[in-house]
Design a protein around this ligand. Structure first.
Ligand code: ZN
Length: 240
């Protein structure tokens, strides 16, 4: 059985469709979404409806929370806040309620999923090094946990100590724990513009990262046509 772990779609429909097509070519039968379905890019409704129709386990991200609430966004970075205000106006009540009802943490099969980190998931802390990952491991009761939020693919392994290993592929070993950031479908920030997700092969206990090209020009045109901040289109090409 192969499960696709994907998240931080951020309303990028072209990237989402490219990832789902690749996953079916790779023999994936099940999907788990790490959250941040909406925010930043120009297709929040289409992405939300596609994921809702898939019926896959989906975790709440901070942009899902902000887009479905009516609280002030003044403390946010102005570009993200402008995109969230725009997104709030695209969603109907039913779509907002679907986002609001997403859970922060879930166990699926033999692993856990969370958007940010298992220590205080509602605080949306960023895990950017092995010390942050160490705080997560104290709350991780399955061997394997997937997350997102930083938009940078990462593999942290805890055996006698916590280490980071290259985010390419990894075979799980008994006695170690794994906290894996699956990167971002719709707004990667590791310098590679291609959509990122991971496939977990349960029989082989193997996790492989995938990078997928998509029609970025169309995504950029939609961002500009929607009147969203132009830097949101520029950053996609830079993978930042
Ligand atoms: Zn995000």
């Amino acid at each position: 059985m192969r499960i696709a772990l994907f998240g931080d779609i951020h309303a990028n429909l072209e990237a989402l469709e490219a990832v789902l097509d690749d996953a079916s070519r790779q023999g994936v039968t099940d999907f788990v979404c790490m959250g941040d379905v909406v925010g930043y890019n120009a297709d929040p409704v289409a992405c939300l409806e596609k994921i809702r129709a898939m019926g896959c386990p989906t975790i709440k991200g901070n942009h899902d929370e902000d887009a479905s609430g009516d609280h002030s966004l003044d403390s946010m970075n102005p570009v993200a806040a402008a995109a969230l205000e725009w997104t709030r106006n695209q969603l109907d009540d039913d779509q907002r309620q679907w986002l609001r009802r997403l859970r922060m943490v879930r166990q699926v099969s033999d692993f856990t999923v969370v958007h940010s980190t298992l220590d205080q998931p509602a605080n949306w802390n960023y895990v950017t090094n092995r010390f942050d990952a160490g705080a997560n491991f104290s709350y991780q009761f399955t061997q394997l946990c997937f997350h997102g939020h930083t938009h940078v693919p990462r593999i942290y392994v805890k055996s006698d100590k916590v280490q980071e290993v290259p985010a390419e592929s990894i075979t799980l070993e008994a006695g170690s724990k794994y906290f894996i950031n699956v990167g971002s479908v719709g707004q990667p920030r590791d310098g590679d513009w291609r959509a990122c997700y991971a496939i977990y092969d349960l029989e082989r206990q193997l996790i492989v990262f995938r990078r997928i090209e998509y029609d970025i020009a169309t995504t950029q045109q939609k961002i500009l046509a929607a009147g969203l901040p132009p830097m949101l289109a520029e950053r996609l090409a830079e993978g930042r």
